[in-house]
Each structure stands twice: as C-alpha cells, then as structure tokens.
Unconditional design. Structure first.
Length: 435
C-alpha cells in the first residue's frame, strides 16, 4: 500500500499529471493530456516537478505506478447553510418551487446559530476529506436570517482557515433590493465580513433598476458579485444578458460569477450568440451546477420523464474565452436530495452530463484553477514548484479508471502530509433532524 511519508522531505516518482493543471511542467503529454512526472516535497511545499526519468529518481522515492495526482479542488458554488436538512424537510415533489417553499419554512422554523453552525461544520469535514481546499458558499440572507448566518460564517471561516479557505455570498431574490435601506445595510454587513454580494435574478419588470442598485452597492463597498441567474427552462428568462449589460454600463471592474443560466441552453441560436457576446465583453465567469440542475430542471412533479439536462452552454462559453466552472451546489436539502461536496463526483458527473471528454482538453481547470481565479485565490488549483503541497493521489491511472469508481480510497495530501480522511457520520446530525 502506498504511504506518503509522515515526516521529512520526500519524492514521489512515476506520478501522472495533467497538462492543464501543471503550467510549468515541460514533458511529453499524451493525447489525454497526461505525462509522467516526479514530485519533490519539502516543508509543506512542492520543491520541484520534473518529467519522469527512470534513471535518476532517488532510491527512497515512493513509486506511484502512474497514478493520477491532481491539485486540491476549489468548489465555487455551494449552500452549506442549507446542507443536510433533507431528513427533517424533504422536497415533497422534487420541483424548484417545492424546494423554495420547503427551505423557506425550514429556515424560519429551525435555522438557529447552533443549527447552521453544526450543519456547516459537517459539510466542511466532508469536503475536506474529499480533497477540497477552497469553497464559496451562498448564505440565505432574507431577514432576519442574515443576522444569524453571517456571524456563524465568520467564526467558522476562522476555525477552518488553512484547511478550507471559505468565502460567502449573500443570497436573496433580487426583489429584496426594492427595500433600499435594508439592502444597503445588508451590503454593508457583507462588506464587513469581506464577503461577496449576491442575488437571484429573474425577469421582473424593474430588473434593470434593481441590477443597477446591486452594482451601485458593489462599487461603493468594493465587492465582487455572484448571481444565481435563469435557473429555469423558461426561454424568456434572459437575466444573464441583463447582468452583462448592467456590468458594462456600470463600468464594473470587480469579478462577477454567474451560476446556473439554464434557460440559455433552450434559447434560439441568435439569442444565444448575442448573450454570449455580452457575457464575454463584460468579463463574466459562469458556473454550471450539473448535479443539482439535472435533478431539479425539467421536473414537473407529474411522473413524466425529463428530456433535457439542465446545464448551460459551457462549451460555447469556453470557446469564447469565458471562464467556466462546475461546482457542487446543494447537498441533501430540498434543492438536491443527494451529494457530499465531493468535487471528484462533480467532475465525474459533469464529464457525463456536459461531455468534458473526447478530448478532455483543459476541462480539469473547471474544478480547480478557474474557480480559484474567480475567487482571487492565487496559486490554488494548480501544481507548481514553490506552491503548497496540496494534492489528491488517486488510484486511477487514466481518465477511464479515474472516472469509473468513486475513488473512496484516494489519498488527500495537505501541506505535504496525508490527512485523516474520515467522513462524518450522518448520525451526528440526528438530534437536529427530529420534530
Ligand atoms: N439551486 C438553488 C437555487 C437557490 N437556492 C439554492 O439553495 N439552490
């Protein structure tokens, strides 16, 4: 069995690395983007990565036999304030409206600071064990929840610093911006927590004015933006384009991440081209949530069969240079009954749902370096000499091996050492699920 040395510097030899994740590596990459390499680790950092040479590996090196090694994951769109409430608040019919109503009722009745903190910690332990290094969560910020969840988040972010870098974005329907005084207070609260300003956009008559308010607050406080947009099959939902237009006419210079954008995949080609031109020009980044949207979209709650996948047009976006990511989204809550914040599962499912293959190209960046850039996390999501020795050692030696099994026996290395990767037991949350 492979053991990562528990002390001192060490070498890993015969490691399979992907071209898209190892920018500095000069090696003969194969058609799948892989090359064999040798990695040296010292003092929690990668001291060197070189192309594998049979002849001059140090005698004491651990031979990985061609296993794939990837940098730790970056999960840029989650909802760990909602996570794991399913047992006490299931979605009665699996639809989006069912999810909104169930979550709203559970939030009002149950989301005390202790409840939110314990479920968040559970989620973070799972993500950490699976190999996630950084995460952005949305925090439901409909009054009075913002006063409960943001202080909990700030405490947990400190507790987890160094294991998972945490960011938070506020989440509310954009109609909430109509209460200007309250929204200005919320923006100030978000700024005080060094957070990200977020809203859910849909086609309201005053959408443009409301977007201007959101941009004005982001500019005033120097905040990045994070939207939930067009999470629907309704082709008249074009708020992604409206966000791009608002970014352009407000001259916004911060980072903007837009999630979901499901309706775009249903729109006529000319409308799509127009929207994507604007998205590229406004330098928006887009995250698709393939597991949650496969579950939630095209479900009518009437025992009919879904006919489309719910994901947005990531290939067309990437071809235009728009930064694109995939992420976990919800876990075991009314929006998605499953999930464990395992970014390998997200990547595996995305490969099937979104065709991240044949060729794989640089799609692995969608769960690593691209979300890291959107989140302004320098050096995260790549493997490079001088960078942190934060990586995941898989059993698989190829894409077909890596993406066929759950890889429950992966080794997660943080600061050069293999971590204990025990997943939390669901029973820990049982007392929160009664009543
Ligand atoms: N997909 C989602 C939309 C809104 N809120 C959520 O938690 N999830």
């Amino acid at each position: 069995m492979l053991e990562i040395p528990a002390s001192g510097p060490y070498h890993l030899t015969n490691v399979r690395l992907h071209a898209s994740l190892t920018p500095g590596l000069a090696a003969a990459f194969d058609a799948d983007g892989f090359a064999l390499a040798d990695i040296a680790v010292a003092d929690g950092k990668i001291s060197s990565i070189v192309a594998h040479r049979q002849s001059n590996s140090p005698a004491a090196a651990a031979d990985l036999g061609g296993r794939v090694v990837m940098p730790c994951f970056v999960d840029c769109h989650t909802h760990i304030d909602k996570g794991h409430i399913w047992p006490r608040k299931p979605n009665p019919n699996g639809t989006f409206m069912g999810a909104l109503n169930a979550t709203g009722a559970d939030r009002a009745a149950r989301w005390s600071a202790d409840d939110v903190a314990r479920r968040m910690d559970f989620s973070l332990r799972s993500a950490y064990a699976h190999g996630t290094r950084a995460m952005r969560t949305h925090l439901d910020s409909v009054a009075p929840q913002e006063e409960i969840s943001w202080p909990v988040f700030e405490t947990i972010r400190e507790t987890w610093r160094g294991r998972i870098e945490l960011q938070a974005a506020c989440l509310l329907g954009i109609e909430g911006v109509r209460d200007r005084k309250w929204f200005e207070r919320l923006a100030k609260r978000v700024a005080a927590a060094n957070g990200v300003l977020g809203v859910v956009t849909y086609m309201l008559p005053d959408l443009e004015e409301l977007l201007d308010q959101v941009f004005a607050q982001a500019i005033k406080h120097g905040l990045d933006l994070d939207f939930h947009a067009d999470e629907t099959d309704d082709i008249s939902a074009i708020s992604l384009k409206k966000i791009a237009e608002a970014a352009l006419w407000n001259g916004f210079e911060g980072n903007i991440l837009v999630g979901h954008c499901c309706s775009l995949a249903r729109q006529p080609d000319l409308d799509v081209l127009d929207a994507l031109d604007k998205v590229a020009k406004a330098r928006l980044a887009v995250v698709s949530l393939p597991m949650c949207n496969l579950y939630l979209q095209d479900r009518r709650g009437d025992k009919t069969t879904p006919r489309w996948r719910g994901v947005t047009l990531l290939h067309e976006m990437k071809a235009r240079g728009i930064p694109v990511a995939v992420a976990s989204d919800n876990t075991r809550d009314p929006f998605y009954a499953y999930g464990d914040l395992d970014m390998l599962e997200v990547y595996r499912m995305a490969t099937r749902i979104l065709h991240f293959d044949h060729p794989v190209g640089d799609w692995p960046q969608a769960v690593t370096s691209t979300p890291a850039q959107v989140m302004r996390l320098d050096g995260f999501g790549t493997l490079a000499a001088g960078g942190a020795a934060d990586f995941v050692v898989f059993k698989g030696r190829s894409w077909t091996e890596l993406l066929s099994r759950p890889e429950s026996d992966r080794i997660v290395v943080r600061d050069g050492r293999a971590i204990e990767r025990q997943l939390p037991d669901y029973a820990e949350l049982d007392d929160l699920m009664v009543g």
